[in-house]
Write a protein that binds this ligand. Structure first.
Ligand SMILES: Nc1ncnc2c1ncn2[C@@H]1O[C@H](COP(=O)(O)OP(=O)(O)OP(=O)(O)O)[C@@H](O)[C@H]1O
Ligand SMILES: Cc1ncsc1CCO
Length: 722
């Protein structure tokens, strides 16, 4: 049965979402607003009540000729004659459901990996619910968040099938167009989006659905025009550059810079020299006014602070909504865990017309095969020219935007064309901010010339790098110090010439060529997920005096299990106690597990963080650290933040941390997740460490897991609702 999946409503009967309203009336309003299919999802176990609500809902959906699907419960679907079911990976198997349901029943399957998608297609599913698109605060047990990049890979893997596809997870009015736009693979697009709270919890579900319908039926304002490569692409581009520069000077664009404080002044002067109007504003809320001037926004995360990301996201949203250019310069992206996490959050949080960075930064934006950066510099290159060009092209293709990788040769791509620029001067590499200024300049050119964004950015780079060559050739320029003022003068000279229609400065100067690449990709991006753990549980202050802590025995059982597994796998363990004399030693239940050769430290401290000077000395660089212990919002929080700050990856176990007041846990865990920690469960992490059933420790660890099955269940029951 073919079904219009375009606006797929998933119901939610939880009081916080439904807010006392009648589900049937909310669904009816949503259908009136444009919902095309409804899935009744209700996790309560009371079959009688489920059947009754489903029957009422069916009366509503039938009135509008909209199919009703039942989540998980084939029996309920059968009982009321619903049009179909939606099955998760842990629900009834497809074949069984197929046997039980009428022939033309619709069956949809949740998938989050290529394997699951391919299997569902082979089984004969009518549609796939692909997700999770974005993490949502209410869902802590979501399977891996795959984003638009992961969705694109799944769509690509099933491109030969006519199976329907809907994306699910955290989709709302402000991201829906981008989800559809950026998930599109070369040959398959999403057929729809599944929406839960953005409709069910809306004050006016009909208006919300109407707005979704309108957004879904229109391309986002920032959609990139297609400009396929011409036979004489390089010459064609070069011949257009002078008039694009002239246009930029005439437009006198405003460029809103959320930029690092190191380069702010230099970059503002560069923008003024080329004839643009810069404003530096790190305050996200200001963007709602500033974006009305229809200039560009630059996000340069060079001096990131704990408030930066939320400010950036506000500004990106404002500019995206108007379709004004947004440029992302992920400065130092690969230097620390906090920056890596910011890259993930920002790329999931908005659309960038241009991502520009040096090699290390662009590799981090790509996500796989990223290398550690020592600071904001790229460090020694590990890619040859072809690999750089391929990476720029593939990132642009995946994000459906333009990518510029700077260096002695710059590579610029819009996913179809790849242009290498050899202009510039080594002095540029000796002055801080010369890369950052390219972000600002690109913003000016993207504002002035929207129809071919690659040409716009190319025009900016050529103006900039030829000015650098001119400046460096002055006899009074002896090094980076005297270079800077000469460079500003030369930018100004080109701007003056361009305004007068004088192109003589440009004739024969562009050192540009098109790079022709095979269709082979840089590295197949894995669907984002955390990499295998190499190391190191930390046991934070599990002491006698804390016995009054919320669900203390359950915390002990998780800690015990993790310690046993760590002993078996010979994983180093760090233990601390807080003011031992006052609060007592680590509890006696754990004594058998805290004497093995893998115990690296067992120290007493007064600092709330476990990262005391003694422990810090023992920690190798780039650890994967797993944390269990007490109290979530104090010592666990401070330890996690300290470790993240030092570039370690941190896993906090939901079923292994607690506080005196249960409510503190949720607040602390949400904060730690925001800060870049991975919040997960003990069982999940243990299997991630193993990675493979062929792992030599598999038998022993799965034995421990089996033995502790009941206590794991108990701990999850108490702790998983955060
Ligand atoms: N050796 C070089 N020869 C020619 N041009 C260069 C050279 N090194 C850098 N450039 C130019 O300098 C500009 C900045 O590039 P770079 O890769 O140094 O940026 P960056 O590392 O982001 O800089 P920053 O963070 O200091 O702003 C680019 O236009 C690039 O082409
Ligand atoms: C040196 C430095 N540190 C943070 S940003 C910056 C400028 C180069 O981007």
């Amino acid at each position: 049965m073919s079904v219009d999946l375009s606006l797929y409503l998933v119901t939610d009967s939880t009081p916080a979402i439904l807010k006392g309203r009648d589900l049937c009336s909310v669904v009816e309003q949503a259908i009136q607003g444009g919902v095309t299919v409804v899935q009744y999802r209700d996790k309560s176990n009371d079959t009688g009540a489920l059947v009754e609500t489903a029957r009422k809902l069916h009366q509503v959906t039938k009135k509008y000729n909209v199919p009703l699907l039942i989540n998980d419960r084939v029996d309920v679907a059968l009982a009321i004659g619903a049009e179909g079911v939606h099955l998760g990976q842990d629900d009834m198997k497809f074949e069984q459901a197929k046997q039980l349901l009428p022939k033309d029943a619709i069956i949809g399957i949740s998938t989050s990996t290529v394997e699951e998608a391919k299997k569902a297609v082979a089984d004969g599913a009518d549609y796939l619910g692909i997700g999770t698109m974005f993490a949502t605060p209410t869902k802590t047990n979501t399977k891996s968040v795959i984003g638009t990049a992961g969705t694109q890979i799944i769509l690509d893997a099933i491109k030969d099938s006519s199976v329907g596809t809907v994306s699910i997870g955290g989709i709302n009015h402000s991201n829906v167009q981008r989800v559809i736009y950026q998930s599109k693979s070369s040959q398959k697009s999403l057929d729809g989006v599944a929406i839960v709270s953005a409709i069910v919890a809306a004050d006016d579900p009909k208006a919300s659905a109407q707005k979704f319908a309108e957004l879904i039926n229109n391309a986002p304002r920032f959609a990139l025009a297609s400009n396929p490569s011409r036979a004489n692409e390089t010459e064609a581009l070069i011949s257009d550059v002078p008039q694009v520069i002239r246009k930029m000077v005439e437009v006198h664009p405003l460029v809103h810079n959320m930029i690092n404080f190191v380069v702010s002044n230099f970059v503002a002067n560069v923008a003024l020299s080329i004839g643009a109007s810069p404003i530096m504003s790190p305050y996200g809320d200001e963007a709602t006014d500033l974006c009305k001037f229809d200039g560009a926004l630059l996000i340069n995360m060079g001096t990131l602070t704990s408030e930066s990301v939320s400010n950036y996201l506000k500004a990106i949203k404002a500019y995206n909504e108007r379709g004004n250019p947004v440029i992302y310069d992920p400065v130092g992206a690969a230097a620390t865990q906090i920056r890596r996490s910011a890259v993930t959050q920002l790329m999931a949080g908005g659309y960038f017309d241009l991502i520009k960075g040096n090699e290390g930064e662009i590799r981090q934006a790509w996500g796989s095969g990223a290398v550690q950066q020592r600071g904001v510099d790229s460090g020694p290159s590990t890619l040859d020219g072809n690999q750089k060009a391929t990476l720029a092209r593939d990132l642009a293709r995946r994000e459906r935007n333009v990518v510029l990788m700077t260096g002695a040769t710059d590579y610029l791509s819009d996913g179809e064309r790849v242009i290498a620029v050899e202009n510039g001067h080594p002095f540029l590499g000796q002055v801080t901010g010369t890369g950052c200024a390219i972000g600002t300049i690109s913003g000016c050119f993207l504002t002035a010339h929207r129809s071919d964004r690659l040409l716009a950015v190319l025009s900016g780079i050529l103006m900039y790098e030829i000015a650098a060559e001119n400046a460096a050739s002055k006899e009074y320029v002896r090094g980076p110090g005297s270079f800077v003022p000469a460079f500003l003068d030369e930018l100004y000279a080109i701007r003056t010439a361009a305004a007068q229609g004088d192109e003589s400065w440009f004739v024969g100067r562009a050192k540009v060529h098109e790079v022709k690449l095979q269709s082979r990709t840089f590295v197949q991006t894995p669907i984002p997920s955390i990499r295998a753990i190499t190391n190191n549980p930390s046991i934070c202050d599990v002491q006698e005096k804390f016995r009054g802590i919320y669900e203390f025995p359950k915390l002990i059982s998780t800690t015990d299990k993790m310690l046993r597994a760590a002993n078996t796998l010979n994983i180093p363990v760090y233990i601390t106690t807080q003011s031992r004399a006052k609060l007592g030693p680590t509890v006696s239940e754990l004594s058998p597990q805290i004497t093995g050769p893998n115990i690296r430290a067992d120290i007493d401290k007064t600092l709330f963080s476990m990262v005391t000077p003694e422990i810090e000395k023992l920690l190798p660089p780039s650890l994967d650290v797993i944390i269990v212990g007490i109290e979530t919002h104090i010592c666990v929080t401070q330890t996690t933040l300290d470790l993240l700050e030092r570039g370690h990856r941190v896993y906090v176990l939901v079923d292994g941390v607690s506080s005196m007041n249960a409510e503190e846990r949720g607040i602390a865990l949400a904060r730690l997740r925001d800060a870049g920690a991975i919040v997960t469960s003990s069982e999940s992490i243990l299997f991630e460490i193993l990675g493979d059933a062929g792992h030599e420790g598999f038998k022993a660890v799965s034995g421990i897991v089996k033995e502790t099955k009941e206590s794991t269940k108990g701990a999850l029951g108490a702790f998983s609702k955060i």
